[in-house]
Design a protein around this ligand. Structure first.
Ligand code: SAH
Length: 461
């Protein structure tokens, strides 16, 4: 096979990044936007020895799983990878991905896996689910400000104020901001020259409270004529917070280090279940509130608390899972690396009058082992936890942490994961050290993307 060659191929599988996979005489082709069951014409763009990457040119015969995308930019935009796949098939793909990793990386047999896997939790309405959006700003060929999303793997902006994953009010807010910029000739930031003011706009929307926050990220210290902008944005029902964050660095990091209030409060309030959270422009907060509630309910169900337990919530962020668990446990300890998140966790505990949650700043792999050592020195006995919950970032848990978790002999471990590959690796360790897999369940937090969350229950043998 050679570069630029045009081939006709049947798509037989889905890769981990949602791409279609087809074979020609044993040579594997990865084709973005091709869907399992399609027969497509594709052009080979990059040819390796045994496999290559091809561009979808024409769909000769569409797959039964192919659907019309809601968004006209679904293919170009880097946000959605599988919008043209039916939602049912997306869920099947995600379940399959979890299973595959448990088998290949975790070393679990297919009998064990089929016994422990529960059906993936999907969404009833898999669009307009995001409570947060960060729109980059740029300039079109005519010199007008535009906003939208980055095309896959680039920083080219596709102008689109109406993303079908976000809430409908985003469009209104973005159009007001563009109008304001045009009126006062305020320029978008240009990464190449370092000039221009408006970099990004962050919008957050409380699904329960209907409160709206707008934060402009700017390459400067102030926004000229901001009183006019405030007046425009305040017309929008639910507006509670207008802020800006100054970020003058040449970096891919979106937010600056702090923010200033232009109008209203510096935060909005929202609920997950019965727990109320204050969310500032810089706080981490799960983006899909409908599925997050299901995810936390599931973690709570797996934890199976009766009220007498000591529970650790490692990688606790702003204490979301900790506060959920605290409603049913005797004592909860949360650990998180970001000091600001722990500040938020403490204030969220206060707002909800939860008194049995304590939070520590630090790396989970350092805080827990040193707690364990100190405890023995002070009390002469080993520290014990009844339940340990972990929700690590993509890289999973360090082995030193897994070891201490095992040493603390919890009856149950609940592992919440956003990457089933590192999850499978860590489950292998835990199952080689006295635990057994009880339940595994996917939760679809990000419909139309290839990501999937997994919740796992392990119990002591
Ligand atoms: N459980 C929370 C957050 C999960 S995201 C929720 O559901 O909202 C993972 C969190 O782990 C992030 O807040 C991140 O800041 C934190 N983190 C990353 N590395 C860490 C480490 N080594 N030790 C503790 N926390 C860490």
């Amino acid at each position: 096979m050679q570069k630029n060659e045009i081939v006709t191929v049947t798509i037989e599988d889905i890769g981990v990044n949602g791409e279609g996979i087809g074979k020609i005489n044993g040579y594997t082709l990865f084709i973005k936007d091709a869907i399992i069951g399609d027969i497509v014409e594709a052009k080979l763009m990059k040819a390796k020895k045994n496999y290559g990457y091809a561009r979808l040119m024409k769909i000769i015969s569409p797959s039964a799983f192919r659907v019309d995308p809601k968004c006209a930019y679904a293919r170009k935009c880097g946000g959605c990878q599988i919008q043209e796949m039916s939602y049912e098939k997306q869920l099947e793909f995600k379940n399959h991905k979890i299973k595959g990793n448990l088998e290949r990386i975790g070393g679990f047999s297919s009998e064990v896996i089929s016994k422990v896997m529960e059906p993936i939790v999907g969404m009833e309405n898999p669009f307009y689910y995001r409570n947060k959006a960060q729109f980059p700003f740029g300039t079109d060929k005519e010199g007008n400000p535009v906003t939208g999303f980055y095309a896959g793997r680039t920083h080219d902006i596709i102008a689109n104020t109406n993303c079908s994953l976000g809430v409908s009010v985003n469009k209104q807010i973005l159009e007001q901001i563009l109008e304001f910029m045009k009126k006062f000739r305020i320029k978008s930031y240009d990464e190449k020259t370092g000039k221009g003011l408006i970099r990004h706009v962050l919008i957050r929307y409380g699904f329960t409270t209907k409160e709206i926050m707008v934060c402009l990220i700017i390459n400067g210290k102030k926004i000229p004529h901001s009183d006019v902008l405030i007046e425009m944005l305040c017309q929008i029902e639910g507006m509670r917070s207008i802020t800006f964050s100054s970020n003058m660095k040449n970096t891919n990091v979106i937010m600056g280090e702090s923010y200033e209030v232009l109008w209203g409060q510096g935060y909005i309030t929202d609920y997950i279940g019965k727990i109320r959270y204050q969310i500032s422009p810089l706080s981490f907060y799960q983006v899909n509130p409908v599925q997050t509630e299901k995810l936390y309910e599931l973690a709570l169900e797996y934890a199976n608390l009766k009220g007498h337990e000591t529970v650790w919530d490692l990688y606790c962020g702003i204490g979301t899972i900790s506060l959920f668990l605290a409603q049913k446990a005797r004592q909860v300890y949360g650990v998180e690396i970001i000091p600001q998140a722990i500040e938020d966790a403490k204030s969220n505990a206060n707002i909800n009058e939860i008194k049995n949650a304590e939070f520590y700043v630090g790396k989970a792999e350092e805080v827990l082992p040193s707690y364990y050592e100190e405890y023995e020195k002070i009390h002469g006995t080993k520290a014990h936890a009844d339940v340990i919950v972990v929700d690590p970032p993509r890289k999973g848990c360090e082995e030193t942490l897994l070891k201490t978790m095992v040493d603390m002999h919890p009856e149950r471990i609940v592992y919440v994961s956003c990457d089933s590959a590192t999850l499978a690796r860590d489950l292998r360790y835990l199952c080689e050290h006295g635990y057994t897999l009880d339940k595994v369940r996917g939760v679809d937090q990000f419909p139309m993307s290839v990501h999937v969350e997994t919740v796992v229950l392990l119990s002591q043998i």
